[in-house]
Design a protein around this ligand. Structure first.
Ligand SMILES: Nc1ncnc2c1ncn2[C@@H]1O[C@H](COP(=O)(O)OP(=O)(O)OP(=O)(O)O)[C@@H](O)[C@H]1O
Ligand SMILES: [Mg+2]
Length: 311
Protein backbone atom coordinates (compact mmCIF):
# COMPACT_ATOMS: atom_id res chain seq x y z
CA UNK A 1 0.00 0.00 0.00
CA UNK A 2 1.30 3.43 -0.96
CA UNK A 3 0.04 6.40 1.06
CA UNK A 4 0.74 10.00 0.18
CA UNK A 5 0.61 12.50 3.04
CA UNK A 6 -0.20 16.02 1.95
CA UNK A 7 -1.74 19.28 3.11
CA UNK A 8 -2.57 22.62 1.62
CA UNK A 9 -0.91 24.68 4.30
CA UNK A 10 2.49 24.22 5.90
CA UNK A 11 2.82 23.37 9.57
CA UNK A 12 -0.38 21.34 9.74
CA UNK A 13 1.19 18.40 11.55
CA UNK A 14 1.54 16.30 8.43
CA UNK A 15 5.07 15.04 9.11
CA UNK A 16 4.76 14.59 12.86
CA UNK A 17 1.48 12.70 12.52
CA UNK A 18 2.75 10.60 9.60
CA UNK A 19 5.96 9.62 11.43
CA UNK A 20 3.97 8.63 14.50
CA UNK A 21 1.59 6.71 12.27
CA UNK A 22 4.55 4.90 10.67
CA UNK A 23 5.93 4.09 14.12
CA UNK A 24 2.56 2.70 15.27
CA UNK A 25 2.26 0.60 12.12
CA UNK A 26 5.70 -0.83 12.84
CA UNK A 27 4.67 -1.70 16.40
CA UNK A 28 1.63 -3.52 15.06
CA UNK A 29 3.93 -5.70 13.00
CA UNK A 30 3.24 -3.92 9.72
CA UNK A 31 6.49 -3.31 7.86
CA UNK A 32 6.61 0.34 6.90
CA UNK A 33 8.83 2.63 4.84
CA UNK A 34 8.72 6.38 5.39
CA UNK A 35 9.71 8.25 2.27
CA UNK A 36 10.49 11.95 2.72
CA UNK A 37 9.55 13.59 -0.57
CA UNK A 38 9.01 16.98 1.07
CA UNK A 39 11.02 19.05 -1.36
CA UNK A 40 11.15 22.05 0.98
CA UNK A 41 11.81 20.73 4.47
CA UNK A 42 12.96 17.15 5.01
CA UNK A 43 12.26 16.67 8.72
CA UNK A 44 11.72 12.95 9.18
CA UNK A 45 15.36 12.33 10.21
CA UNK A 46 14.95 14.76 13.10
CA UNK A 47 11.60 13.24 14.11
CA UNK A 48 13.06 9.75 14.31
CA UNK A 49 16.11 11.31 16.02
CA UNK A 50 18.65 10.03 13.55
CA UNK A 51 21.30 12.72 13.94
CA UNK A 52 23.26 11.94 10.80
CA UNK A 53 20.22 12.71 8.65
CA UNK A 54 18.44 15.24 10.85
CA UNK A 55 18.47 17.87 8.11
CA UNK A 56 18.16 15.40 5.28
CA UNK A 57 20.20 12.63 3.70
CA UNK A 58 23.97 12.66 3.52
CA UNK A 59 24.97 15.02 0.66
CA UNK A 60 24.03 13.62 -2.72
CA UNK A 61 22.54 10.42 -1.30
CA UNK A 62 18.90 11.37 -0.81
CA UNK A 63 15.68 10.92 -2.70
CA UNK A 64 16.03 14.10 -4.68
CA UNK A 65 19.41 13.05 -6.03
CA UNK A 66 17.76 9.77 -6.96
CA UNK A 67 14.84 11.42 -8.73
CA UNK A 68 17.25 13.66 -10.64
CA UNK A 69 19.03 10.55 -11.84
CA UNK A 70 22.32 11.28 -10.06
CA UNK A 71 22.27 8.08 -8.01
CA UNK A 72 20.51 4.76 -8.39
CA UNK A 73 20.21 3.72 -4.77
CA UNK A 74 18.92 6.39 -2.37
CA UNK A 75 19.95 6.14 1.25
CA UNK A 76 17.69 4.05 3.45
CA UNK A 77 17.99 3.59 7.18
CA UNK A 78 16.58 1.10 9.61
CA UNK A 79 15.04 3.50 12.12
CA UNK A 80 15.39 1.16 15.09
CA UNK A 81 19.10 0.73 14.40
CA UNK A 82 20.00 4.26 13.31
CA UNK A 83 18.08 6.29 15.89
CA UNK A 84 19.89 8.01 18.75
CA UNK A 85 16.86 7.71 20.96
CA UNK A 86 17.54 4.77 23.20
CA UNK A 87 13.87 3.97 23.84
CA UNK A 88 13.14 3.83 20.13
CA UNK A 89 15.74 1.12 19.59
CA UNK A 90 13.55 -1.74 20.45
CA UNK A 91 14.47 -5.36 20.52
CA UNK A 92 14.55 -7.14 17.23
CA UNK A 93 11.47 -9.17 18.01
CA UNK A 94 9.30 -6.14 18.54
CA UNK A 95 7.24 -5.15 15.53
CA UNK A 96 7.68 -4.99 11.77
CA UNK A 97 10.56 -3.24 10.11
CA UNK A 98 10.54 0.54 9.94
CA UNK A 99 12.78 2.23 7.39
CA UNK A 100 13.38 5.87 6.51
CA UNK A 101 14.35 7.13 3.08
CA UNK A 102 15.40 10.75 3.67
CA UNK A 103 15.28 13.57 1.17
CA UNK A 104 18.36 15.62 0.33
CA UNK A 105 19.13 18.55 2.57
CA UNK A 106 18.07 21.65 0.66
CA UNK A 107 15.80 19.59 -1.50
CA UNK A 108 14.71 19.14 -4.99
CA UNK A 109 14.73 22.35 -6.93
CA UNK A 110 15.06 21.88 -10.66
CA UNK A 111 12.71 18.90 -10.58
CA UNK A 112 10.31 18.97 -13.50
CA UNK A 113 7.03 17.11 -13.31
CA UNK A 114 6.94 16.95 -17.12
CA UNK A 115 10.21 15.04 -17.24
CA UNK A 116 9.21 11.43 -18.01
CA UNK A 117 12.48 10.20 -16.52
CA UNK A 118 11.58 11.66 -13.12
CA UNK A 119 8.20 9.96 -13.21
CA UNK A 120 9.83 6.70 -14.34
CA UNK A 121 12.31 6.76 -11.44
CA UNK A 122 9.50 7.51 -9.03
CA UNK A 123 7.54 4.51 -10.35
CA UNK A 124 10.56 2.21 -10.06
CA UNK A 125 11.28 3.25 -6.49
CA UNK A 126 7.69 3.03 -5.29
CA UNK A 127 7.15 -0.37 -6.90
CA UNK A 128 10.29 -1.69 -5.29
CA UNK A 129 9.31 -0.32 -1.86
CA UNK A 130 5.74 -1.56 -2.24
CA UNK A 131 7.08 -5.06 -2.80
CA UNK A 132 9.35 -4.86 0.25
CA UNK A 133 7.01 -3.14 2.73
CA UNK A 134 3.36 -3.53 3.60
CA UNK A 135 2.90 0.25 3.87
CA UNK A 136 4.90 2.98 2.13
CA UNK A 137 4.16 6.45 3.49
CA UNK A 138 5.33 9.33 1.30
CA UNK A 139 5.46 12.78 2.91
CA UNK A 140 4.86 15.39 0.20
CA UNK A 141 5.43 19.14 0.41
CA UNK A 142 2.54 21.37 1.39
CA UNK A 143 0.36 22.82 -1.33
CA UNK A 144 0.11 22.23 -5.05
CA UNK A 145 3.63 20.97 -5.43
CA UNK A 146 5.64 19.41 -8.23
CA UNK A 147 5.92 16.41 -5.94
CA UNK A 148 2.14 16.04 -5.90
CA UNK A 149 1.99 16.09 -9.67
CA UNK A 150 4.77 13.52 -10.01
CA UNK A 151 3.17 11.31 -7.37
CA UNK A 152 -0.25 11.42 -9.05
CA UNK A 153 1.14 10.48 -12.39
CA UNK A 154 3.57 7.82 -11.17
CA UNK A 155 0.92 5.91 -9.24
CA UNK A 156 -2.01 6.29 -11.65
CA UNK A 157 -3.73 3.01 -12.60
CA UNK A 158 -2.04 3.11 -16.00
CA UNK A 159 1.32 2.39 -14.31
CA UNK A 160 0.09 0.67 -11.16
CA UNK A 161 -3.16 -1.03 -12.15
CA UNK A 162 -3.56 -3.22 -9.09
CA UNK A 163 -1.82 -1.25 -6.39
CA UNK A 164 -3.49 0.26 -3.39
CA UNK A 165 -2.62 3.96 -3.58
CA UNK A 166 -4.17 6.42 -1.14
CA UNK A 167 -4.04 10.08 -0.23
CA UNK A 168 -4.20 11.53 3.27
CA UNK A 169 -4.95 15.21 3.52
CA UNK A 170 -3.95 16.80 6.80
CA UNK A 171 -5.55 19.94 8.15
CA UNK A 172 -6.03 21.80 11.41
CA UNK A 173 -9.43 22.38 12.91
CA UNK A 174 -10.05 25.99 11.85
CA UNK A 175 -12.16 27.68 9.16
CA UNK A 176 -9.18 28.57 7.02
CA UNK A 177 -7.67 25.12 7.21
CA UNK A 178 -10.97 23.45 6.33
CA UNK A 179 -11.41 25.69 3.30
CA UNK A 180 -7.78 25.25 2.27
CA UNK A 181 -8.00 21.45 2.51
CA UNK A 182 -11.15 21.56 0.41
CA UNK A 183 -9.30 23.71 -2.14
CA UNK A 184 -6.37 21.33 -2.39
CA UNK A 185 -8.74 18.52 -3.32
CA UNK A 186 -11.34 20.38 -5.39
CA UNK A 187 -9.79 23.71 -6.42
CA UNK A 188 -7.72 24.77 -9.42
CA UNK A 189 -4.62 22.61 -9.82
CA UNK A 190 -5.88 20.53 -6.92
CA UNK A 191 -5.80 16.76 -6.58
CA UNK A 192 -8.96 16.13 -8.58
CA UNK A 193 -8.11 18.51 -11.40
CA UNK A 194 -4.52 17.28 -11.67
CA UNK A 195 -5.45 13.65 -11.16
CA UNK A 196 -8.19 13.61 -13.80
CA UNK A 197 -6.15 15.52 -16.38
CA UNK A 198 -5.45 13.77 -19.64
CA UNK A 199 -1.91 12.64 -20.13
CA UNK A 200 -1.31 10.92 -23.46
CA UNK A 201 -5.03 11.33 -24.40
CA UNK A 202 -6.13 9.37 -21.36
CA UNK A 203 -7.15 10.69 -17.94
CA UNK A 204 -4.94 9.50 -15.08
CA UNK A 205 -7.98 8.70 -12.95
CA UNK A 206 -11.74 8.94 -13.12
CA UNK A 207 -12.97 11.39 -10.51
CA UNK A 208 -14.89 8.70 -8.66
CA UNK A 209 -11.87 6.42 -8.46
CA UNK A 210 -9.60 9.19 -7.21
CA UNK A 211 -12.11 10.40 -4.59
CA UNK A 212 -12.37 6.87 -3.23
CA UNK A 213 -8.68 7.06 -2.39
CA UNK A 214 -8.72 10.38 -0.51
CA UNK A 215 -9.29 10.77 3.25
CA UNK A 216 -8.77 13.67 5.64
CA UNK A 217 -6.93 13.78 8.95
CA UNK A 218 -7.72 16.56 11.42
CA UNK A 219 -4.71 17.41 13.52
CA UNK A 220 -4.31 19.02 16.94
CA UNK A 221 -8.06 19.26 17.46
CA UNK A 222 -8.97 20.93 20.78
CA UNK A 223 -11.65 19.23 22.85
CA UNK A 224 -14.07 22.00 23.68
CA UNK A 225 -15.95 19.92 26.25
CA UNK A 226 -12.80 19.15 28.23
CA UNK A 227 -11.14 22.50 28.81
CA UNK A 228 -9.32 23.07 32.10
CA UNK A 229 -11.02 25.00 34.89
CA UNK A 230 -9.43 28.22 33.68
CA UNK A 231 -12.00 28.22 30.87
CA UNK A 232 -15.04 30.12 32.07
CA UNK A 233 -18.68 29.16 31.45
CA UNK A 234 -19.25 31.63 28.60
CA UNK A 235 -15.94 30.70 27.01
CA UNK A 236 -16.68 26.99 27.22
CA UNK A 237 -20.09 27.55 25.64
CA UNK A 238 -18.51 29.66 22.89
CA UNK A 239 -15.96 26.93 22.16
CA UNK A 240 -18.69 24.35 21.85
CA UNK A 241 -20.56 26.57 19.40
CA UNK A 242 -17.41 27.06 17.33
CA UNK A 243 -16.80 23.35 17.26
CA UNK A 244 -20.34 22.77 16.01
CA UNK A 245 -19.88 25.48 13.37
CA UNK A 246 -16.66 23.85 12.18
CA UNK A 247 -18.40 20.50 11.92
CA UNK A 248 -21.09 22.00 9.68
CA UNK A 249 -18.47 23.76 7.61
CA UNK A 250 -16.48 20.53 7.23
CA UNK A 251 -19.61 18.66 6.11
CA UNK A 252 -20.49 21.41 3.64
CA UNK A 253 -16.97 21.27 2.19
CA UNK A 254 -17.03 17.47 1.90
CA UNK A 255 -14.59 16.93 4.76
CA UNK A 256 -17.19 15.42 7.05
CA UNK A 257 -17.29 12.15 8.93
CA UNK A 258 -17.63 10.03 5.77
CA UNK A 259 -14.32 11.18 4.35
CA UNK A 260 -12.43 11.33 7.64
CA UNK A 261 -9.71 8.82 8.47
CA UNK A 262 -9.22 10.20 11.97
CA UNK A 263 -8.19 13.08 14.16
CA UNK A 264 -5.47 13.79 16.69
CA UNK A 265 -6.02 15.80 19.86
CA UNK A 266 -3.91 18.77 20.87
CA UNK A 267 -0.85 17.20 22.49
CA UNK A 268 1.36 19.37 24.73
CA UNK A 269 4.44 17.23 24.00
CA UNK A 270 4.06 17.93 20.27
CA UNK A 271 3.41 21.61 20.84
CA UNK A 272 6.81 21.77 22.49
CA UNK A 273 8.78 19.24 20.51
CA UNK A 274 8.39 17.38 17.23
CA UNK A 275 8.90 13.73 18.14
CA UNK A 276 7.67 10.16 18.18
CA UNK A 277 5.46 9.52 21.18
CA UNK A 278 6.33 6.24 22.82
CA UNK A 279 4.15 4.25 25.17
CA UNK A 280 6.88 4.99 27.73
CA UNK A 281 6.08 8.72 27.40
CA UNK A 282 2.50 7.94 28.35
CA UNK A 283 3.52 5.66 31.24
CA UNK A 284 5.78 8.42 32.52
CA UNK A 285 2.80 10.78 32.57
CA UNK A 286 4.37 13.11 29.99
CA UNK A 287 2.23 12.48 26.93
CA UNK A 288 -1.53 11.97 26.87
CA UNK A 289 -2.90 8.51 26.34
CA UNK A 290 -5.52 9.87 23.93
CA UNK A 291 -2.79 11.02 21.58
CA UNK A 292 -1.29 7.56 21.30
CA UNK A 293 -4.78 6.13 20.92
CA UNK A 294 -5.39 8.56 18.06
CA UNK A 295 -2.21 7.41 16.27
CA UNK A 296 -3.19 3.78 16.90
CA UNK A 297 -6.63 4.47 15.50
CA UNK A 298 -5.14 6.01 12.35
CA UNK A 299 -2.86 2.99 11.93
CA UNK A 300 -5.72 0.55 12.36
CA UNK A 301 -8.05 2.36 9.95
CA UNK A 302 -5.38 2.92 7.34
CA UNK A 303 -4.97 -0.80 6.80
CA UNK A 304 -8.58 -1.82 7.46
CA UNK A 305 -10.27 -3.30 4.40
CA UNK A 306 -13.52 -1.39 4.83
CA UNK A 307 -11.86 2.03 4.92
CA UNK A 308 -11.27 2.61 1.23
CA UNK A 309 -14.77 2.24 -0.11
CA UNK A 310 -16.38 4.84 -2.36
CA UNK A 311 -17.72 7.74 -0.30
N1 LIG B 1 -1.52 16.80 17.88
C1 LIG B 1 -0.71 17.85 17.98
N2 LIG B 1 -0.81 18.70 19.03
C2 LIG B 1 0.00 19.77 19.14
N3 LIG B 1 0.95 20.09 18.24
C3 LIG B 1 1.10 19.29 17.18
C4 LIG B 1 0.28 18.13 16.98
N4 LIG B 1 0.66 17.54 15.83
C5 LIG B 1 1.69 18.26 15.32
N5 LIG B 1 1.97 19.31 16.13
C6 LIG B 1 3.01 20.31 15.95
O1 LIG B 1 2.69 21.17 14.87
C7 LIG B 1 3.90 21.64 14.25
C8 LIG B 1 3.85 21.37 12.76
O2 LIG B 1 3.90 19.98 12.54
P1 LIG B 1 4.66 19.33 11.31
O3 LIG B 1 6.05 19.79 11.19
O4 LIG B 1 4.39 17.86 11.37
O5 LIG B 1 3.78 19.96 10.15
P2 LIG B 1 3.96 19.83 8.57
O6 LIG B 1 2.57 19.95 8.03
O7 LIG B 1 4.73 18.63 8.21
O8 LIG B 1 4.78 21.16 8.25
P3 LIG B 1 5.70 21.53 6.95
O9 LIG B 1 4.73 22.02 5.94
O10 LIG B 1 6.58 22.59 7.47
O11 LIG B 1 6.40 20.29 6.52
C9 LIG B 1 5.03 20.90 14.94
O12 LIG B 1 5.60 21.73 15.91
C10 LIG B 1 4.33 19.71 15.58
O13 LIG B 1 5.04 19.20 16.68
MG1 LIG C 1 6.61 18.47 7.32
Amino acid sequence: MIVFATSDKGGTGRSVTSCNLAYRLGLRGTSTAYVDFDFGSPTAGALFEISKVDKGAEPGRGLHSYLRGEITDPQRLDVRVATDREALRSRRSRGGKLFLLPGDEGGGEAMAAEDPQVVRRCIDLLLELDAAFKVVIVDLSAGRSVAMQIALEATAPKYMPDKEVYWLLFHRWTRQHIMAAHGLVNGPKGLIQTGTAEIGRQPLYTERELRRRIRFVRTAVPRPGEQPETVSGPQAAWLLRQDAALRSLAAEYRLGAGSLLGRTPVEPVLQWREQIILDADVSAGIANRETVEAFEDLARKLIAEDTWVPI
